[in-house]
Design a protein around this ligand. Structure first.
Ligand code: GN1
Ligand code: MG
Length: 366
């Protein structure tokens, strides 16, 4: 059997899949978990399944994580049954073990889980069209609307203070003070940038903590490549990566989607002539999103929509920079200084959006 390195076959074969495992290949995506495709022979037919090892240094409470996943996918399935659906529209389906467990721990302490593979789909790392931008925003809106039926307190925090801009700045301050790898001197420009935008970093979390906007369940990792499209690539049918779905604000998701979808380049693009906000993509995201949740958002939420992409890009940039200063212990990197480059790109996005402030606000004004 062909096999990716580090995959414990004896763990995968304990999942309730009525066939034999033929081969496993790694799906190279994500900075945190490791994801594989298992090819199985099921009654003479080749079938695919997703197998994933959850990064337990990042997700320390696996029971909370898997519990949330069940609550969220049940609610999404309920929503799909309660309204006219788009052909192919679906949600993640967990495959349990033969003894009914949602996950298994291997000898090295990694937690493994499996999902049904959703066939005949495509996803995008870089947004190819206004139509795709609109679709991805609409599926986000449907997700938030469905989850508005559960209270944020029913879901556990899988990573506490995840988009808490002020705490992210505290962690950055500590990393900078320690400078354990002596890297601060080559990151001075980025450090200065981060320090000059501290107030922006706290904008959304302060509104939440002052109860100016409601706490709701949000996805919290709303990247375009977490949206599956149908095989023609023009209809969004499933939202992936539900591990950080927890209490937050829809503004985290709208902001995250805009920062990575309306800026059509890779997250580590170093040619800054490409790091520009495409206003047609932005406008399509606004249209698609508001068509689904326009009547759900409060006036204050709506008035913060246009600033949220800036906040999310800044917080992510600060997280990349912090990880760089700490020696790249959190985000998987593919080359030296990768996290510093990622931080630069996010800060460039913040700059671009600062110039477009009033124009961005005009499409989402309450
Ligand atoms: C991480 O691993 P991935 O790509 O799903 C990170 C997100 C970042 C994203 C940036 C748990 O997500 O917060 O926005 O990288 N996830 C976690 O690409 O930290
Ligand atoms: Mg993720």
């Amino acid at each position: 059997m062909e096999q990716s390195k580090n995959v414990p076959i004896h763990i995968l074969t304990q999942f309730d899949i009525p066939g034999t495992l033929h081969s496993v290949e790694e799906l190279k995506r994500g900075h945190i978990n490791r994801t594989y495709i298992g090819h199985w022979d099921v009654g003479g037919v080749r079938k695919r399944y997703i197998h994933q090892s959850v990064n337990h240094r990042v997700f320390t409470d696996i029971e909370a994580l898997m519990g949330n996943l069940e609550i969220v996918t049940d609610k999404l399935r309920e929503d799909l049954q309660a309204r006219p659906v788009i052909p192919g529209e679906t949600t993640l389906t967990l495959v349990r073990t033969k003894t009914g467990a949602s996950h298994l721990r291997d000898e090295g302490g990694e937690h493994w889980r499996s999902f049904e593979y959703i066939e005949n789909t495509v996803s995008y790392d870089v947004c190819p069209s206004a139509h795709v931008a609109r679709e991805s925003a609409a599926i986000l809106g449907r997700f938030q609307r469905a989850l508005s039926k559960i209270s944020a307190s029913e879901i556990k925090d899988t990573i506490p203070y995840f988009h808490h801009g002020l705490r992210r700045y505290d962690a950055f301050d500590r990393a900078l003070k320690e400078d354990c790898k002596g890297r601060a001197r080559e990151a001075m420009a980025e450090i200065d940038f981060a320090q000059s935008r501290r107030e922006l970093g706290g904008a959304l979390i302060s509104a939440l903590e002052r109860h100016e906007i409601p706490l709701r369940v949000s996805h919290n990792d709303m990247k375009l490549n977490n949206v599956l499209f149908n095989s023609a690539g023009d209809v969004a049918i499933c939202l992936l990566d539900l591990d950080t779905a927890m209490a937050g604000t829809p503004l985290f998701d709208f902001g995250d989607l805009v920062r990575n979808t309306a800026v059509p380049c890779s997250e580590d693009e170093q040619d800054f002539s490409k790091v520009v906000v495409d206003m047609e993509l932005y406008r399509s995201i606004c249209d698609g999103y508001l068509s689904e949740v326009g009547d759900m958002l409060t006036t204050t939420e709506r008035s913060l929509l246009s600033v949220s992409p800036r906040v999310l890009a800044l917080i992510l940039g600060v997280r990349f920079l912090t990880d760089y200063l700490q020696g790249d212990t959190y985000f998987r990197i593919h080359r030296p200084r990768h996290n510093l480059e990622r931080a630069r790109t996010q800060f460039e996005i913040v700059r671009a959006m600062e110039h477009l402030g009033p124009e961005m606000a005009s499409f989402v004004a309450p």
